[in-house]
Design a protein around this ligand. Structure first.
Ligand code: JCF
Length: 667
């Protein structure tokens, strides 16, 4: 097959898959298969630039940046809809429609009203030639290059019967999942977050560089046309045909009868709202029959045949009374906004999340501010931003407390992490349930019978407030708890007693030091061989241990620097807990008999490299000689490297060294 035929075939395949995905909601091929075909087409077009066409799916990646958007005149103005905020107003709309049409009951098309950006799409001979924003309704902006990047917008019409000139209107929006994912990433990277999905869609469309738009997860639903050529004579019929022509149409669109039908639809969609994949701010009712629409006509700039029936707003303004700090089950400190109660998204909201300290700083939110609160769908309410221009007096910025509001332990914030944490893992009531469960888990002290429900009861009845209390439990105390018979109480006490001699590695894992998993705990145990030695270790000592980097070392140090934790460790000992240090079982020594030399700068501490080599059985020497087995050379290695080369001693760079460690299962 020639390149031209293959390119055409690929274009057709990919357009079919896009259509199946976005319009029919029936994904056809796995993402990887889709990507392979798209890449093949990109390669073909790169090799044969004359094969590229404006409707090629490769255009979705975004073309060259623009200097500015051209102005576009809408021959048919883009209308806004009359709004209704109550049942009475909806009823009034229906009454006028019935009177105007002189009928008993009207059939309506009803659809969700998306909270996005209105767009006009022009097709000539079936090909997308222009996309324009609404602007003031008469003059908008030409955003064709950006809209081409949105996969849900057909670049070429499908099916049959469409007119040579077709203008389709609809809504560009950002699905909530894409919005949340984008912000999650931005937050982690310390970058600006998008304020809400509507702003996100509008902002994305107004990027001068289409590649920026291509990177935003935008979608599209069609809702009307400017001509009726080729279309059935009703809104519902027209939408069905638009779907055949390749446009995504909202699956919630339906027809209903009379006011009763409208209100039932409104209520049903209100129920569904929180679970939808996108924000809606209401529902749109349209008299379904086009002739009836024409009979009713317009008042000023809004059609008499359509109405936007709004839902309660998802964003409202209120006063930020205070910023409290909540401690999560893992010790993460989350600033929580205490708000003047405000009705938003259908409920009264008094608390909202502020995510983390950096985000508060970036948004410059201060107690006393007027703030915008957003509650959409099932998402936790959040403070979107402060109305800083409404500040009438100097307000003090928020600072993260230096001690945990629950247990008073020190708060640490490790470099490069957005989250501040309580270091009192052993004592903090916010963390204690999760901690006890971890302590008892199979890979920790392996105490059978200490499940979630029981831990909850032990903590809530006050029998246990730290893991040390477990070792004082008596069968009689347990017997009073729910679903705890005499026998299981005795079994549990026996299991706790049996757990009093863990290996040091298990004990370290059981302590629940942040970032310290099973493997690291064992490495620490093997290296330090006692809890005292570990408690006394400096950051540098810690980083010398295989698998321990600077962040982990900082967490270990912070844990043992917190006196509350040391109290619990002392209490554990007083309760009879003691660990055992197994004899070192010599692993295989693949480098036994070899002498290695380290030189230059390595990215791991030199002591760590030395430990690795010694673990594998090698000796480490300071100088190169004819007897040296190998030289590990880091950056800027000098005379030792030169000497090794002269003597023909094997030289490894750090990459090769790490490969060697991997080979022997050390990293
Ligand atoms: O979903 C919407 N935001 C939406 C807006 C839906 C519609 O059917 C509309 C609209 C604005 C104007 N119809 C018109 C005529």
């Amino acid at each position: 097959m020639g390149a031209a035929d293959r390119a055409a075939e690929l274009r057709r395949l990919i357009a079919d898959w896009d259509h199946a995905y976005y319009v029919l909601d029936e994904p056809r091929v796995p993402d990887a298969e889709y990507d392979r075909h798209l890449r093949e087409l990109q390669d073909l077009e790169a090799e044969h630039p004359d094969l590229a066409t404006p409707d090629s799916p490769t255009q979705r990646v975004g073309g060259a940046p623009l200097d500015a958007f051209e102005e576009v005149r809408h021959v048919t103005p883009m209308l806004s809809l009359a709004n209704a905020f109550s049942e009475e107003e909806a009823s009034e709309f229906d009454r006028r429609a019935r009177e105007g049409l002189e009928v008993e009951s009207v059939t309506y098309a009803a659809e969700p009203k998306l909270d996005g950006v209105a767009i006009s799409l022009s097709y000539r001979d079936g090909e997308l030639v222009r996309a324009a924003t609404r602007g003031d309704g008469t003059r908008g902006e030409n955003v064709t290059a950006n809209v081409r990047t949105i996969a849900a917008v057909p670049l070429r019409l499908r099916g049959a019967g469409w007119p040579a000139e077709l203008e389709v209107r609809g809504e560009i929006y950002m699905p909530l999942a894409g919005f949340e994912a984008f912000n999650e990433k931005a937050r982690a990277a310390g970058e600006r977050t998008l304020v809400n999905p509507r702003n996100a869609a509008a902002g994305s469309l107004r990027q001068l560089d289409p590649k920026m738009t291509a990177a935003r997860p935008l979608a599209f639903f069609a809702y009307s046309t400017t001509t009726r050529q080729g279309l059935p004579s009703s809104q519902s019929g027209a939408l069905a045909t638009l779907k055949e022509w390749g446009f995504p149409v909202n699956p919630e669109v339906t027809t209903v009868e009379g006011l009763e039908g409208l209100l039932a639809y409104y209520a049903a969609l209100g129920e569904k709202r929180a679970g939808l994949a996108y924000d809606i701010d209401g529902v749109v009712y349209k008299v379904d029959d086009f002739e009836a629409q024409d009979t009713l006509g317009f008042v000023s700039r809004a059609p008499r045949w359509a109405l936007a029936h709004k839902f309660p707003a998802q964003e409202e303004i209120t006063t930020l009374l205070a910023i409290d700090v909540q401690v999560g089950r893992t010790g993460a400190l989350t600033p929580v906004a205490r708000l003047e109660p405000v009705f938003v998204g259908g409920v009264t909201v008094t608390n909202a999340t502020l995510h983390n300290e950096d985000e508060i700083r970036r948004k410059d939110v201060r107690p006393g501010d007027q703030v915008i609160v957003r509650r959409a769908g099932d998402v936790i309410p959040e403070v979107v931003r402060a109305l800083t221009d409404r500040r009438t007096e100097e307000l003090a910025p928020f600072v993260m407390p230096e001690t945990c509001p629950v247990c008073g332990s020190a708060v640490e914030r490790i470099e490069d992490e957005a989250v501040a944490r309580c270091t009192g893992g052993l004592v903090c009531a916010a963390q204690v349930k999760q901690h006890i469960q971890h302590f008892a888990s199979r890979k920790a002290l392996d105490i059978e019978g200490l499940g979630e429900k029981l831990v909850d009861q032990l903590v809530e009845t006050g029998l246990v407030s730290t893991v040390a209390d477990l070792f004082h439990l008596e069968a009689e105390q347990l017997a009073g708890l729910e679903r705890m018979g005499e026998k299981s109480a005795a079994n549990l006490v026996a299991a706790i007693t049996a757990a009093r001699r863990p290996e040091l590695g298990r004990l370290l894992f059981a302590l629940g030091i942040r970032e310290v998993g099973e493997v690291t705990a064992n490495n620490l145990a093997r290296h330090f061989r006692s809890l005292e030695a570990l408690e006394a270790a400096s950051l540098e000592d810690l980083e010398a241990v295989p698998d321990v980097g600077p962040i982990m070392a900082a967490h270990v140090r912070a844990f043992f620097d917190e006196p509350h934790n040391l109290d619990v460790i002392a209490a554990l000992r007083a309760a009879g807990l003691d660990y055992v240090v197994p004899e070192v079982v010599e692993g295989p020594k693949p480098l036994a008999g070899e002498t290695w030399v380290l030189t230059g700068t390595l990215s791991m501490p030199r002591i760590k490299a030395k430990n690795y080599l010694e673990t594998l059985g090698a000796k480490v020497s300071g100088s190169v000689s004819g007897k040296s087995s190998a030289v590990l050379a880091g950056e800027n290695a000098g005379s030792k490297l030169a000497k090794a080369e002269k003597l023909g001693v094997r030289v490894l760079d750090e990459e090769a060294f790490i490969a060697l460690l991997q080979e022997h299962g050390l990293v």
